[in-house]
Design a protein around this ligand. Structure first.
Ligand code: HEC
Ligand code: HEC
Length: 360
């Protein structure tokens, strides 16, 4: 084991199983009571800070709930003209980003203004969306369905379509003990599925577990990533574990930045701050930043080395690098990028449990 190379040392496979007592929640009186409740879902959070996982007691993750949530995540009936699902903009092969697109297109062909974020280890994200305006995955999932530039359908209409599907209603019954479909249950199921999108089996994770060696270049990149007088990336994109501290920061994209978290809180102190995303699977999630302005990781490094702009709330951890005019050599960039690519988790990108069940 090489747990000692990281501050948050992954040590063992932790299987979290929530104790689950069946609670009859407003079940349809015509439906026979279920024999037993759904089965608790077992998480493998090896290498991740298990104590920080957000698993709300109000929506326990169950095998049946996850299976239903997966169907709903890929269900086009949740959009006005039944052409778009959550999975249209959040595609597994791209770590649940939108297939290299800078801005996603909604069903009416209208472009959004932010880049679709990855959905990776989202059970750890305390404030969702680039500006942190949503506190839970359940709350988040309510938004895209009626959003006029996304799926654009009234929830009542979408729910009625699902209610008419007997087979799907059976799945609601297995997951929640009721045959009455509601938007609250739809988003609870989707959130359960999203919580299972755990990535912790990249080459880097295998290196930490002592299962393989990294190349000399990848190891050099790792050093540069963590040395304060070099990349100094780890203050916001944690070293190991989640590869993010989920902090909101202004990383100097513009002197007059987009409002970011300010739009959500109205606090001047939040002007220009965005949530620092995880760097896991970063190889496949481009283009980068909240507005997808950078196509390549090389451009990202050109930003951090020479391209940053001072502005409101520009982060103090980057300030010295700005004033000292840090730049990265071609070699340094190549090394850091080689390291970042060790965070690609092929198993996550191809896990059949995360794929569209209709395409099996
Ligand atoms: C038209 C494309 C599109 C569709 C359809 C879509 N999303 Fe998104 N999603 C986005 C964009 C763009 C953002 C970023 C919005 C922002 O933060 O300003 C986002 C943000 C998110 C986030 C927040 C991730 C984070 O790191 O903060 C989650 C979770 C998410 N979407 C899940 C879903 C679910 C669940 C559905 C289906 C109910 C869905 N999305 C449908 C484009 C889409
Ligand atoms: C002060 C905190 C901070 C430091 C230090 C920092 N970043 Fe970031 N990083 C951020 C924030 C905040 C964002 C999101 C900014 C936005 O989209 O507006 C970001 C975004 C990124 C993205 C794009 C992620 C995506 O999904 O689009 C990459 C790649 C990245 N950083 C790599 C690095 C590397 C490599 C380093 C070290 C050279 C580094 N960062 C140092 C805060 C930081």
């Amino acid at each position: 084991m090489r747990g000692d190379i990281l501050k948050q040392a992954p040590r063992f496979v932790l299987v979290l199983a929530l104790s689950w007592g069946w609670a009859a929640c407003g079940s349809d009186s015509t439906a026979p009571p279920p024999e037993s409740g759904p089965t608790p879902f077992s998480f493998n959070l090896d290498g991740l800070p298990d104590a920080e996982a957000f698993l709300p007691a109000s929506n326990p993750t169950t095998v049946e709930g996850v299976a239903l949530g997966r169907r709903l995540f890929y269900d086009q009936r949740l959009s006005g003209d039944e052409t778009q699902s959550c999975g249209s903009c959040h595609q597994q092969a791209f770590a649940f980003t939108d297939g290299g697109r800078r801005f996603s297109l909604g069903i009416d062909g209208i472009e959004g203004t932010t880049n679709a974020p990855a959905i990776i280890n989202a059970l750890y994200i305390p404030d969702l969306f680039w500006d942190g305006r949503s506190a839970t995955l359940e709350e988040q999932a309510l938004e895209p369905v009626p959003n006029p530039i996304e799926m654009h359908v009234e929830w009542d209409v979408a729910v009625a379509r699902l209610q008419a599907d007997e087979e799907l209603v059976d799945d609601f019954e297995s997951a929640f003990g009721t045959r009455t479909v509601t938007k609250e249950l739809v988003v609870r199921a989707i959130a359960q599925f999203e919580r299972t999108l755990v990535s912790n089996n990249s080459r880097f994770d295998k290196y930490v577990r002592g299962e393989l060696e990294l190349t000399p270049q990848e190891l050099r990149g790792f050093d540069r990533y963590k040395f304060e007088n070099e990349g100094d990336c780890f203050h916001c994109h944690a070293l190991g574990g989640l590869f993010t501290h989920n902090v909101f920061a202004n990383n100097g994209l513009d002197a007059d930045p987009d409002p970011g978290r300010f739009a959500n809180t109205g606090d001047e102190f939040d002007m220009g701050k965005f949530r620092a995303p995880t760097l896991r699977n970063i190889e496949v999630t481009g283009p980068y930043m909240h507005d997808g302005r950078f196509d390549t990781l090389e451009q990202v490094l050109d930003h951090y080395g020479g391209g940053m702009q001072d502005g409101p709330n520009f982060d103090s951890k980057l300030f010295l690098h700005l004033t000292q005019g840090r730049t990265f050599s071609t070699q340094a960039k190549a090394d850091i990028i080689a390291f970042l690519k060790t965070l690609t988790d092929e198993e996550f990108l191809t896990n059949p449990d995360f794929a569209d069940p209709n395409e099996k």
